[in-house]
Design a protein around this ligand. Structure first.
Ligand code: SAM
Length: 249
């Protein structure tokens, strides 16, 4: 049986009043951003992209979403030496922006795809982050659980996730849909001004080339066979710039 906590504000389920207040504050901020998105041109831009330009999208089979590396929504303790409070506040804004983008993409996708489960994995999540994401109906997984439930019918959202972990995703499967950093840069290539791949293969030794192939070969194969479009420039959504959407053609 659960009792009341010292403040008398709720059951003693191990969640402090401060944590609850922080979760509520995140819920408020999230709702406000979603409302702003829906009443803005961003909403039309995204809908056009998903419903009109990506012709084949409705042919894909997508039944779950996994988000890797969203980052912390709460500017709590330093993440590394020299990590200032100012940095952490900016970072948490970036993360909320990326979360809202993901939820808006999901809202559009759900018109044609039965995406019931949405999972998040990031070793940096705090208790507040986890409770907040759970309050949105999502499931938070501990590393490496997300890798264990990846399938070819997954929509992967990986907003600037470490490249080596992105490489692991593609070694496991070819996700139906992938939204994340440009895959040419993920596998160590460079994008020239015309958008072509100018990866300096020739400067690599044979063994270095083999190591890269071993690590990023599956990313290259996926990239070569997928269709891709860059996210449009959404008003106020600075951190979604440069994210690219890939899907099986
Ligand atoms: C460069 S940060 C990106 C954070 C945020 N999305 C952004 O764009 O600023 C990379 C994130 O990946 C997370 N990460 C590292 N290894 C991971 C793993 N194995 N699974 C999920 N997330 C991971 C880190 O904790 C960090 O939050």
């Amino acid at each position: 049986m659960s009792g009341q906590d010292a403040s008398g504000s709720g059951p003693t389920d191990g969640i402090s009043g401060l944590v609850r207040a922080q979760v509520e504050s995140l819920v408020g901020e999230y709702r406000l951003q979603v409302e702003n998105w829906k009443s803005s041109e961003n909403s039309h831009l995204l809908q056009n992209l998903l419903e009109q330009e990506l012709d084949g999208l409705s042919n894909l089979q997508i039944d779950r979403c996994i988000c890797f590396g969203l980052g912390r929504l709460t500017p709590s303790e330093p993440r590394w030496p020299g990590d200032t409070m100012e940095n952490r506040i900016i970072q948490s804004r970036v993360v909320m922006e990326q979360l809202v983008l993901l939820m808006m993409v999901l809202e559009s996708l759900r018109k044609v795809h039965p995406i019931h489960e949405v999972y998040f994995q990031d070793p940096l999540f705090t208790q507040v982050d986890t409770l907040f994401l759970e309050s949105l109906g999502c499931t938070v997984l501990q590393d490496p659980e997300a890798m264990e439930i990846l399938t070819g019918t997954t929509f992967v959202f990986a907003p600037y996730h470490p490249n080596v972990v992105v490489a692991d995703i593609f070694k496991i499967c070819e996700p139906a849909l992938y939204l994340g950093a440009n895959l040419t840069t993920v596998r160590g290539g460079e994008i020239d001004t015309l958008g072509g791949d100018v990866m300096e293969e020739n400067t690599l030794s044979e063994s270095a080339r083999e190591r890269r192939l071993e690590k990023f070969g599956a990313v290259s194969t996926y990239e070569d066979n997928a269709l891709m479009t860059a996210m449009p420039i959404f008003d106020g959504y600075y951190w979604s710039r440069g994210l690219c959407l890939y899907w099986q053609g």
